[in-house]
Write a protein that binds this ligand. Sequence first.
Ligand code: ADP
Ligand code: MG
Ligand code: ZN
Length: 419
Amino acid sequence: MLWSQSLIPTLKQAPAEAEATSHKLMLRAGMVRQLASGIYSYLPLGFKVLKKVEQIIREEMDGLGAQQVLLPALQPAQLWKDSTRYQEIGKVMISFRDRKGKEMVLGPTHEEVITEIARAYFKSYRMLPQILYQIQTKFRDEPRPRFGVLRSCEFIMKDAYSFDQDIRGLNENYEKMYQAYHKIFKRSGLKFLAVEADPGIMGGDVSHEFMVPAAGGEDTVASCSSCSWGTSNISEQIRKLKNCPQCKGKLQIQPAIEVGHVFKLGTKYSKLLGAKFLDEDGKEKPIIMGCYGIGVNRIMAAVIEQSHDQDGIIWPGEISPYQVIILPLNIQDQQSKQAAFTIYRDLKKHNIDALLDERDERAGIKLKDADLIGVPLQIIVGEKNIKQGNVELKRRQDKKLSLLKIEQILESITPALEI
Ligand SMILES: Nc1ncnc2c1ncn2[C@@H]1O[C@H](COP(=O)(O)OP(=O)(O)O)[C@@H](O)[C@H]1O
Ligand SMILES: [Mg+2]
Ligand SMILES: [Zn+2]
């Protein structure tokens, strides 16, 4: 892509209302635009990152045998009254009447809709187990939309649901999901903790949250530095603890962002909504369910919270909007311009997603913008170097520079792109 043909509205300064680092940087890098409080448009750079995160999620979900579906955001309120959650969720649920006067809601989550599907189709043990998932927009009238896309009123969630005959099956699926979540967050470049959590209004008795320690996090997580113990259920009792209750190791309590949440729901929804199957002996039983959520937009913001410096974002390779940015520092210099376009075409030919900043702008502006949008590798085409057939390769992560012959670019960047 050519920069001058792209919509990348970078800003020197973040608008004053942005508090969180990720929010500031997403606005400055021209990734999102606020339409109203808690409501955002994703501009091309932001959307590219979202798609990459979704791609990782899809690969890991498909990999464990989950099937993708797409459920409606628009739902009859009656379904939520049937499950008894209509009252419980309260004002967070956006509701209104359609032209016939029927009360409708915009789904804040999809346990009810998916249980209606299970009730219709999973009537025999032969149909089980099953895992269904979707990547879809949720609506929540948050009391305090904050921190940009970290807590917004319309956001994208990957929500998955497992259906089993017995607890053993549920435990197996829960474990598979738990492992897949580790892969998803690792591939997204996050440092995270998987900890015990409170199931809250979702119900069930076991739940784990995937927490990303970050200064701007709204949640709090306690974790052990020696073993895998951790919790996001921070009671007075936990706050008073000096050592890990499991191994007596050193405890750490820190702010964190919840990026994923998995629940063993058991039979809560299948009982409330009558989703039953016939087992091998012809006995009718409620289907045993699990549900598994990931905040797709939140991953993007959490990555920025953890991976940035004073100059901007530092994208991990797999979710960066572009793999490489090419920076001809003086586009008026014909040799630089030609070399930059040749490199660009060559990278494209090798399926490397490159952004060529061919704007007629000062070198300083281009270098600042490149650092700000955080593409992991910069190929800097300078007037003097190019006369010798050289370019500079800059690693965004540590700003390490190396001088390369033009012919060496591909072999030098390929290993760097694979990490
Ligand atoms: N308002 C929001 N904005 C962005 N992402 C959200 C929001 N609410 C929840 N998420 C994401 O969706 C995932 C699943 O949501 P869930 O656990 O049902 O929400 P909550 O923890 O707010 O009750 C969360 O782990 C989080 O990553
Ligand atoms: Mg949660
Ligand atoms: Zn411990």
